[in-house]
Write a protein that binds this ligand. Structure first.
Ligand SMILES: C[S@@+](CC[C@H](N)C(=O)[O-])C[C@H]1O[C@@H](n2cnc3c(N)ncnc32)[C@H](O)[C@@H]1O
Length: 402
């Protein structure tokens, strides 16, 4: 599926059985051309360790200095800003209700030094398969039909890893919620009564030209990730249980969350329709296989990873070990610039990591371990063919005949 919106006329999407969707040049493109420019991710998250040192809007980071983060209006929600301008840009896009939602979510985080809270019983399947994952999530969905389940889930506390993932999922689901509300408002505009929660929804719908449809069309990393790290399934289910129990509301508003202030309760929207096992799996599955790390800039080998963001439209770039497109980050903005001339029909690829100085085996291991795929780029295929023919290749891709 190609992206619903935001694709420049210089790019076209093709699909191959081996590598899925990828971008190709729709015309001849000179070297140094910006082929894609995306202002913000669909969902993003700064790791808790860096939150007090990085602006939540422009992602400015000054090697651990914090004095430039002068706007601290929403620190309970885990949001530090350079100043009121960064705060207002963030609020304009995300909406004031998201501050209340994030603040409530932070109350579900195990406070440092408080150890591990009592968790739900969970047995990880012996072997992770599509069926085993489906059964585990069906079990969760059936549990929530029991009256006391949500009250019990409300007591669950998340460790930092899980709470950070929950923030990322929550941001994505609020975007979906707002898209649905906006569509409903548009189709209901002849009627006088608005949907109950629309008054709580603020902000502009602009998530880097992408919609939930684009986000949900991303390749899911759920099976490869949970197969490699089976404990992830329990982490993901706990994320779901916390989101469902705290932000789903079918009764009186005061029963929504006993931990948040009355102001927060008033501002919190009812996310029950969007917090579903399928949507949470979609958001988490899109993470590792598609997200871009938010690296300290300028990027160097020792750059800190501050968090990650998922940009559905750029996520269609496939990897190449000698790429012809370079990614540049400026704040939340990602720009993709050609590093050589591309002819009509050429595949346009970025590099997913620093593979330059690696041998074929090292590159393939790196991509398999970190990204769960066997690299099929033309450089790797050429080197495999050369190895079969007995010739050798050095790490710069130069061929040496024996
Ligand atoms: C960020 S997505 C890129 C878009 C993806 N092809 C799609 O259809 O959505 C990353 C996934 O694309 C595929 N991919 C990207 N580059 C590849 C390559 N060089 N060789 C094989 N598969 C690749 C892998 O399945 C990988 O998990």
């Amino acid at each position: 599926m190609s992206p619903a919106s935001g694709l420049p006329s210089t790019l076209t999407v093709t699909v191959s059985p081996l590598t899925g969707r990828s971008y190709r040049a729709a015309c001849d493109i000179p070297k140094g051309t910006c082929v894609l420019d995306v202002s913000t991710p669909y969902a993003d998250m700064l790791y808790k360790n860096f939150r007090k040192e990085v602006c939540a809007e422009c992602w400015r980071y000054e090697l651990g200095r914090t004095d430039f983060l002068t706007c601290r209006d929403f620190v309970e929600a885990g949001l530090w800003f350079c100043d009121g301008r960064c705060r207002d840009i963030w609020l304009e896009r995300e909406g004031i209700e998201t501050v209340a939602l994030l603040r409530t979510l932070e109350t579900a985080r195990i406070r440092s030094g408080k150890g591990k809270a009592k968790q739900e019983n969970f047995t990880t399947p012996e072997k992770i398969t599509e069926d085993a994952l489906a059964r585990a999530w069906e079990e969760v969905a059936s549990q929530e039909k029991q009256a006391k389940t949500l009250a019990r889930w409300k007591m669950i506390k998340l460790d930092d890893f899980e709470a950070d993932l929950a923030r990322y999922v929550l941001v994505a689901l609020v975007h979906l919620y707002r898209e649905l509300k906006s569509n409903a408002t548009r189709s209901d505009k002849d009627t006088t009564s608005e949907p109950a929660d629309i008054s709580h929804s603020s902000g502009t719908l602009n998530f880097g030209g992408a919609t939930w449809r684009d986000f949900a069309a991303l390749q899911s990393g759920e099976l490869p990730q949970t197969s490699m790290f089976p404990g992830l399934l329990e982490n993901w289910i706990r994320v779901y249980q916390v989101l469902k129990s705290r932000f789903s509301y079918k009764g009186p508003r005061s029963s929504l969350n006993t931990h948040s202030s009355p102001t927060d309760q008033a501002a919190i929207v009812d996310l029950s329709d969007v917090i579903t096992p399928q949507n949470v799996r979609t958001a988490l599955g899109a993470d590792l296989s598609n997200s871009f790390g938010i690296w300290q800039v300028p990027v160097a080998a020792e750059s800190e990873g501050l968090g990650f963001g998922t940009y559905p439209i750029p996520s269609i770039f496939n990897h190449h070990c000698s790429p012809n497109v370079l990614k540049e980050r400026m704040g939340r903005r990602l720009r993709f610039v050609t590093t050589e001339k591309a002819r009509t029909g050429d595949e346009l690829c970025i590099s997913y990591g620093h593979v330059d100085g690696m041998s074929l085996e090292e590159r393939r291991r790196y991509l398999q371990d970190g990204w769960f795929f066997l690299c099929q780029c033309s450089r790797c295929i050429n080197e495999v063919n050369l190895q079969t023919s007995g010739d050798s290749v050095d790490v710069a891709g130069q061929q040496h005949t024996e």
